[in-house]
Design a protein around this ligand. Structure first.
Ligand SMILES: [Zn+2]
Length: 74
């Protein structure tokens, strides 16, 4: 399942409901044109996954962020 969050604490994968892309916080691109995780969290578009895995995010229809995960399937 995916649950709304405004915090990245303790998470590895975060989804953006606006773009339906998933990000890997261990590989986050922090440049201004990168993942923009803080921006979408602030905007209320953040979700985390249970379990907190890339596989789960994909099952829920989230595509790979090109900046931190790559190999977008769209
Ligand atoms: Zn990303």
């Amino acid at each position: 399942m995916a649950y709304r969050t405004t915090s990245r604490n303790g998470k590895r994968f975060l989804g953006n409901t606006n773009t339906t892309e998933v990000h890997d916080l261990l590989k986050e691109d922090k440049r201004s044109n990168g993942c923009q995780i803080d921006e979408f969290l602030r905007a209320g578009h953040g979700v985390y996954f249970i379990p907190d895995t890339h596989e789960q995010a994909k099952k829920e229809g989230y595509d790979n962020c090109a900046k931190c995960i790559g190999s977008s399937t769209r």
